[in-house]
Design a protein. Sequence first.
Length: 114
Amino acid sequence: QVQLAESGGGLVQPGGSLRLSCVASRSTFWYYSMSWYRQAPGKERELVATITSSGGSSTYADSVKGRFTISRDNAKNTVYLQMNDLKPEDTAVYYCNVFHTTIWGQGTQVTVSS
């Protein structure tokens, strides 16, 4: 089974940027559509972005459109989430997921605060 490991979270000021990375343990990574979710304290986990196996198509939650970009490098078994113009409401634990499966990473904390 594929295992996922996220990194790149941290504390950033409003308006700042972060890039999250998620490395998959298996070379068959290229086969899967991937997604990023987030969960803020006291809230349900929400879908942030998805990307197809080839990277040719992606979708975004309305709340992050124009600010976040999902991408992938299948040669490195890695999916990324570039987050720009961060807002305090983006504060959450961000999770990588093999889309439409129960395969999750451990999560990485993103805190946007001045």
